[in-house]
Structure formats: C-alpha cells, structure tokens
Ligand binder design. Structure first.
Ligand SMILES: Cc1cc2nc3c(=O)[nH]c(=O)nc-3n(C[C@H](O)[C@H](O)[C@H](O)COP(=O)(O)OP(=O)(O)OC[C@H]3O[C@@H](n4cnc5c(N)ncnc54)[C@H](O)[C@@H]3O)c2cc1C
Length: 474
C-alpha cells in the first residue's frame, strides 16, 4: 500500500470528520460482533452517507491497494465482518445508509438502503399493510445489506424462503468503485445469467451492497402459536410432516427445542416458568398465520388432536392472544442468551435432509458423547428447513485454555457424521473465517476452480473482504 497517512487524509476530505473514524477508542465498537469475538483494529472506519460516497471510497482503496471490510450490524456469527489482526483493513460501515427509499404496496415491493436495520424495514412494510417476512433473533441490529451478504434465513423460511427468494433487485459498489445498478422491481425476469444472485451469500467478498428491492407479502391478520411437548425427535419429524399437510401452506414456523434449552431460557430470564405441567425431552414451537377468513384456531386444535391420538404430542400450550404468543416465543429468544452466558462453546448451523434428522441427531450425539462424556449437547433449530444448531457446551470444569482445541476436535467428529448424510456445514451463518477450513476441505476441484474464477472476475486485486470464504490472495 502507498502512504497510509495521505490515503486517510484523502478519505477525511472526501467524507468529513463524521465520515471517517481514526481514533482507536472510537473504532472499538466496530471491532467486535454479537458473540463478543474480536480479531484486531481496522486501519480506520469509513461511515459513508450514500452510495456515491461508498463508490468513491472503493475507488480510492482500489487505487491504493487497501483491503475493504463491509460491515453491517455485527450480528454475523462467522467473524466475516471483523477487521483482521494485521490492522490494514478499512472497515466500511453501512450504518448511515438507512433510508427506506420507496414502498409500492400494489407491486408488493420496497426499495431500501442496505444499512436499514431489519426491524425498521419490517415496521415500514407493516405501515403499508405489507409484511417483510424475514424474522430472526438479531433483527433489532442486523442490516438488510448483511442479510443479503449472508443470505439470511430465520424463523419463517419454510413459508417464505431465505433472503435469496426475498430480493428482486440490487445496487452494488464493485471493488474498483463502479456502481452496478440493478434495482429491478420485477417479479419475473428471465434475462440470461442472474448476476444478482451471486451477491446473495457472497459475504462481502464480491462487492458492497448499497441498496435493494425487497419482495413483500400481504400482512397476516391473524396467527396462532403453540408450544408442545414431544417424546422424541422422530415424533417431532412425524408431527412436522402432518403439519405440512394439514395446515396447507399456512405454517410459518416449526422450531425444535430440547429440554435443556427450556432450562437455559429460564436461567437467563427468571420471569419465565416451565411452560407445561411436566418436563418433556423435546419441544416444538410452531406458528400458523393467515390473511382472510380462515379459522386458524380450529385448524391447530385439530392438528394437535391428531398428534395426541398418534402419541406424537404429549402435552401443549396454545396461545390465545398476542401477549401469550410473545411469551411462548420468549423461550426461543432467551435460550440464546442462556447459551451465551455459558461462555465459549461450539456453535454450528448445519442442515440435513429433514427425513434424516432423527438418525443424524442420534448418531451425532453418540459420537460426541463417546469423545467427551461430560459435555452438553443442545440441538435446536428451524427443523422445518432441516436446519439444526447442534451446539456443544464444554464441561464447566474445563480450563478455558483447553476449550478451543477440544471443541474443534468435536466439530470435526460432528462434520464427519454430517458428511455421511450429505449435510451442509452451514445452513445459514455462512463461511466467513471460522468455517473456511471445513468448507475448503469439502469443495471438489471443479467447484473450487469456478468459485475462485468468480472471485477473480469481480475482485481481481483481492481487496474485498480478503480471507473470508476463500483464502486471501497472496
Ligand atoms: C441472536 C442471533 C440470532 C440469529 N439468527 C439467525 C437466523 O435465524 N438465521 C440466519 O440466517 N442468521 C441468524 N443470525 C446471524 C446474523 O444475524 C445474520 O447472518 C445477519 O444476516 C447478519 O447481518 P449483519 O448486518 O449483522 O451483518 P454483519 O455481521 O455486519 O456482516 C456479516 C457479513 O456480511 C458482510 N456484509 C455486511 N453488510 C454488507 C453489505 N452492505 N455489503 C456487502 N457485504 C456486507 C460482512 O462483511 C460479513 O461478511 C443470528 C445472529 C444472532 C446474533
């Protein structure tokens, strides 16, 4: 890189004092993620106010050979947005690009800046009686650009799909500073290669997303939530299969929760008490939602009756108001905090074919327990998508210095079982830095050649989020 001081001075005159942070104390909040992980300090933090400024920054980085790290709401869980330890990456925070540009309730689309926080996008859609259905635990902090870059999923994927299915158009600043504007609001468009899809899940390695056209849905006018106790993972899958058929396409969420997660939720939020009269090994939190005159209550009651007759469901609580529904969802949210409080643990976001889930959970649990009998397994997730967070808490007695190597060993054993069922090592969080080694180890030569070719075409100098997904260019 050329002279750092003159490069940073150039950026300051471009962006103003508010647009470029250079002091370490002020930069600190851009160096860690939700999990509290940090790697290093950035060269500086650029806070552009619009797409043109993002383009000007990228142009200068390209000229001076400076690496760029696009950053959204810091909720990514694979260290993709964290600046590298060597301190030479310029963080480009999208937080000031936060305007809803337009909403078209007839076309069911909205055009937003990439830095809009997901929760705000959902509220803006609701004001027009529409729904932007992406829902996830981090929605109060994650940004639309981050959701696009990670192809985020979440609680409602089984009905509405992942981010890939919720984006119609994009505006992207390429690594050399050119702006690719493709803010189409077309529900059907079949012209040649779909360039846009390359950016979905590209984790900031191909360009900086600055704007997007999102696909909306009619806002559900009613929903019903139930928390059920079940005897086994097989019963969970059998109930899921029944629910997919008996609830038409109205099933919006179907979450698997093991007993230990209910306990972790209660530990983290003492106002919560056991949701059912007895404890059950597995729970399902499910929701149906609809617009129009459909009797959701009867539909859910009928499903539960059948589930009980077939001995799939042992007990259940049905929410009869929004407040009760929110209380049931509180278990799902608080259990994450409960896990976080247990300190360093293995987080995974794997997926397997839904029908293989019971066998996978049983085999993977056997393998992990044989290697580490004192650890705790908490396998929960968006089971309707075959997506499982098969997380492992190390024994409380284990020294912090031993945890990393131990958890890494367990992850390798877990992934071997996953390979046997042709599963994926990442169903939603992506590869980033933390999953790079197991990802690369599983790429075929032809996949590696094509993926490296795409990266080289978009980013010939290897300046855009280097070292994420693929190794940094030498
Ligand atoms: C409590 C909790 C629950 C979660 N639940 C889910 C879930 O259910 N489903 C799910 O899929 N994920 C989930 N996540 C993960 C995370 O919320 C998503 O990956 C989210 O999409 C990240 O968005 P962000 O704005 O925080 O991105 P960041 O963490 O800031 O960045 C993530 C990646 O995207 C890149 N990036 C960010 N913005 C841009 C941009 N504008 N242009 C180009 N690249 C960019 C970064 O460089 C980085 O590689 C959860 C996380 C937490 C903490």
């Amino acid at each position: 890189m050329t002279d750092t001081i003159s490069f940073l001075n150039e950026l300051t005159s471009l962006l103003g004092e508010r647009g470029l942070i250079r002091e370490p104390d002020a930069m600190a909040r851009y160096t860690s993620d939700w999990a509290g992980d940090t790697l290093g300090m950035p060269l500086a933090v650029a806070r552009p106010a619009n797409t043109q400024e993002v383009a000007e920054i990228a142009k200068r980085c390209y000229e001076h050979g400076v690496a760029m790290t696009p950053q959204g709401g810091h909720s990514g869980l694979v260290a993709g947005a964290l600046p590298a330890a060597h301190g030479q990456e310029l963080v480009i925070s999208l937080e000031r690009l936060n305007n809803v540009r337009a909403i078209d309730p007839i076309n069911f689309t909205m055009t937003v800046d990439a830095g809009c926080i997901l929760e705000n996008v959902k509220l803006a859609a609701a004001e027009q009686d529409c729904d932007f259905p992406l829902s996830l635990g981090a929605q109060g902090s994650c940004q639309i650009g981050g959701n696009i870059a990670t192809n985020a999923g979440g609680l409602n994927v089984l009905r509405y799909g992942m981010m890939r299915e919720l984006v119609l158009g994009l505006e992207v600043v390429l690594p050399d500073g050119r702006i690719w504007e493709s803010l189409n609001a077309l529900h059907k468009d079949n012209r040649g290669y779909d360039l846009q899809q390359l950016f979905l899940g590209s984790e900031g390695t191909l360009g900086i997303v600055t704007g997007a056209v999102l696909k909306l849905s009619p806002r559900p006018t009613q929903n019903r939530t139930a928390l059920l106790g079940l005897p086994s993972v097989q019963a969970v899958i059998d109930l899921y299969s029944l629910a997919r058929r008996d609830c038409c396409d109205l099933l919006t969420a179907f979450e698997l929760i093991p007993r230990r997660c209910i306990e972790l939720a209660i530990e983290a939020t003492p106002e919560l008490s056991d949701p059912l009269d007895s404890a059950y090994p597995w729970y399902v939190l499910m929701e149906v939602a609809a617009t129009g005159p459909i009797d959701l209550g009867s539909m859910l009651e009928q499903l539960l009756e059948t589930g009980m007759e077939r001995e799939l469901v042992l007990d259940g609580a049905l929410a009869s108001s929004d407040t009760q529904s929110a209380q049931l969802w509180q278990f799902r949210e608080s259990m994450l905090e409960g896990q976080r409080r247990r300190g360093e643990h293995l987080r995974t976001d794997i997926s397997v074919p839904i029908s293989s889930l019971p066998d996978f959970v049983s085999r993977a649990s056997d393998v992990v327990m044989a290697a580490s009998p004192e650890c705790e397994i908490i396998a929960y997730g968006h089971v309707g998508d075959g997506n499982l967070h098969f997380n492992i808490l190390p024994p409380l007695s284990m020294a912090d210095s031993d945890k990393k190597a131990h958890l890494h060993d367990l992850e390798e054993r877990l992934f071997e079982v996953l390979d046997d069922v042709n599963g994926s090592i990442s169903a939603e969080h992506g590869i980033g830095r933390t999953k790079q080694a197991p990802y690369l180890a599983r790429l075929s030569p032809i996949e590696r050649e094509l993926i490296s070719g795409i990266k080289a075409l978009f980013d010939p100098k290897g300046l855009m989020n280097p070292g994420r997904i693929l190794p940094a260019k030498q």
